[in-house]
Design a protein around this ligand. Structure first.
Ligand SMILES: NC(=O)c1ccc[n+]([C@@H]2O[C@H](COP(=O)([O-])OP(=O)(O)OC[C@H]3O[C@@H](n4cnc5c(N)ncnc54)[C@H](O)[C@@H]3O)[C@@H](O)[C@H]2O)c1
Length: 332
């Protein structure tokens, strides 16, 4: 049994606790949170003990640590856990600062422990089917990728203020998805953004609507569209045009009924948000972590992948500010 310590007892920690306790070869030993009451609630629900973050990291009986704390703690906790000999699965993003994330990457190499970053969408069956078909050459050579990623509604402005902004908090998933599908990072990033959903988001210095265009070394192009509000639900689609065809991953709907009458043809809405859409992806992500740990193999999403996506977020932020495309090497 793989003994696991969970750091953080918030929204996403509960999702991970469910996956860890449902897995036949992993045991959730303990959870920590700076709010002890949150940790106690999660511990009671999933049957584990409550300890401090430091106690979990120092416990030699714990093999792996899952970091589901607030973003500004990630790099520090990755460094502490790997220095203590733990394998780590850490939620995205690696850090709010690219420089800090790169320093963390160096420290992890020195510690010699494996780290996986929680880009769960790679494990979504729809997106991984697209990736497999592309690798099998089913649409020839990839040429143009388009990713649509709209949330059902904006988070509270208090969250926006500490989130690191749309590119680091939300579009980071889509930057990683582009890297996953295209198999390499772009050369340059060009961003347009505005706050038309909620002026309060603009007043907080962030955007809620954005389009990013990315250019690749061999002429391929990718486009990412983000909005913090789609009134019909969580809109998560992608399509890739290749030299011999098109691959599309559509939304998961609340049900598959299609009603056709004289009034028209209607279908159900997309599933509400990430907990509904990606639950199977979180479970598959955990299973992939366990499998790689047991086989002593490289994790399917690495810390380098996390840093690469953060570099694209940084380039997009700079592009928005400067009003021109920004090369990835400019932020390197
Ligand atoms: N992959 C995904 O789909 C996904 C979805 C949501 C959130 N996230 C990421 O997960 C992280 C957590 O997000 P959330 O929505 O669960 O936030 P949250 O605020 O609900 O939970 C974070 C918890 O971490 C606790 N915490 C902070 N510092 C700590 C420390 N040093 N030790 C122990 N606990 C500590 C907080 O008290 C809080 O309870 C963020 O980095 C976010 O970007 C990822």
């Amino acid at each position: 049994m793989l003994k696991v310590g969970l750091l953080g007892a918030g929204r996403i920690a509960a999702v991970h606790a469910k996956a860890i306790t449902a897995h036949p070869r992993t045991d959730l030993v303990a959870v920590s949170d700076v709010f002890t009451e949150s940790a106690e609630r999660l511990a009671a629900r999933f049957g584990c003990s409550v300890r401090s973050t430091a106690e979990i990291i120092a416990d030699p009986a714990i093999d792996a640590v899952l970091i589901a704390t607030s973003t500004d703690t990630h790099s520090d906790l990755i460094e502490q856990a790997t220095a203590a000999g733990k394998a780590v699965l850490c939620e995205k993003p690696v850090d709010l600062s690219l420089e800090r994330a790169r320093a963390c990457q160096k420290a992890v190499v020195a510690a010699g422990q494996p780290v996986m970053i929680g880009f769960n969408r790679r494990f979504d069956p729809n997106f991984s089917a697209v990736k497999s078909a592309l690798l099998n050459g089913e649409i020839g050579k990839a040429e143009l990728l388009s990713i649509t990623s709209f949330d059902p509604g904006p988070p509270p402005v208090a969250y926006i203020k500490v989130s690191g902004g749309l590119f680091r908090d939300m579009m980071i998933h889509d930057f990683d998805m582009a890297n996953f599908i295209m198999g390499e990072p772009p050369v340059s990033v060009s961003a347009t953004g505005s706050s038309i959903v909620d002026p309060e988001i603009g007043a907080a210095g962030d955007i809620d609507t954005a389009v990013v265009t990315m250019a690749y070394a061999n002429g391929q192009i990718a486009v990412i569209m983000n909005s913090r509000r789609a009134v019909y639900g969580y809109d998560q689609r992608l399509e890739i045009l290749g030299s011999e065809g098109l691959l599309q991953a559509q939304n998961m709907l609340e049900n598959t009924m299609v009603k056709s009458t004289v009034a028209g043809v209607t279908a159900a809405k997309p599933t509400y948000f990430f907990l509904e859409r990606y639950m199977s992806a979180y479970e598959a992500e955990w299973a992939a972590f366990v499998e790689a740990f047991e086989a002593n193999a490289t994790f399917p999403v690495t810390l380098a992948d996390g840093v690469a996506a953060l570099a694209m977020a940084e380039a997009a932020s700079q592009s928005l500010k400067l009003g021109r495309p920004v090369k990835i090497e400019e932020v390197a």
